[in-house]
Design a protein around this ligand. Sequence first.
Ligand code: DGT
Ligand code: CA
Ligand code: CA
Length: 324
Amino acid sequence: MSASEARIILAVDLDYFYAQCEEVRKPDIKNKPVVICVFSGRTEDSGAVSTANYLARSMGVKSGIPIVLAKRILSKNPDAVFLGMDRDYYEAVSERIMEILRSEAPKMEQMSVDEAYLDITDSTRGDFVSAEKIATRVKKEILDKEQLTCSVGIGPNKLVAKMAVDSKKPNGLTVITPNQVQSFLNPLPVGKLFGIGPKTEEKLGAMGIKNVEDLAKYDQEKLSFEFGKKLGPQLKRAAQGVDDDPVREKELEQLSRMITLRHDAGKFDFATGIAPLCKDISNRMQTKGLFCRSIGIITITSELKIKSRAKTIDVPTNSEATIF
Ligand code: DGT
Ligand code: CA
Ligand code: CA
């Protein structure tokens, strides 16, 4: 890859996401072990653990174990908290955070409810020092606005950024410059390399390949013989930290913005309250060259009643006045 194609990619992963969302709305559980459960409903405690906060993890609880086992592990902790999953709430938090990220870098690819890649090559002009500043700013903004911590990894591509974010959690910030890529990856066990599952790891192990350095230096032809013409070279490239996969902006089907009105709103106040939202949506559509025909509004009252209205117009628009 030539220097002109050099990129800076930032990966964000929210820490113990579902459990942290619960800590935000129930601050009194913050210093207790918190376990988020997917109750299957068959018996009172049947089901699996979705995730847990780091205190519960330090005692041995992790994603995927049976709830019964988690309760046994935490049986000596009478203050341990077990909560059912509230996916709608986590998704609403996630949407607001993705908006924050999107405002930082228009080239954004959301990978899951709590993970995204941002291509910040343009805004940093390829400078890793300013990339680190962006990371610090994003972390602070998410903390200020949503009271959530996240981990961030920065690297010259998605593979390295992902490995960087996974290397330090929670509340991590790891920057890997192109010069540091190989020394960062070398000591890691091959199983940690993004895209290598337990089966491939076992086969590599049998060939004497234990850590990434072994794989990066392994004979290319022997790898292709063992894993095929496609996977063989891919494995070696991954071990060398090479990855050309671009950050793919997904086609937006819907643009939205949310706010909390500072005061209980009468009719007049309400219009004043939503005016900035219309302006913001209109600006974003104009920047992206988008038009819409369907415009909707959702309100959630202080008693958590949800009301929504939508309207479809004949002529596509991105005008602030029309949206308003
Ligand atoms: P982290 O990133 O290690 O600090 O912790 P999490 O909890 O954010 O883990 P992550 O990023 O792998 O997953 C994001 C969310 O997805 C997590 O909060 C809950 C959900 N999740 C993860 N693994 C499982 C699972 O095995 N089962 C279920 N039902 N949900 C899961
Ligand atoms: Ca996470
Ligand atoms: Ca994740």
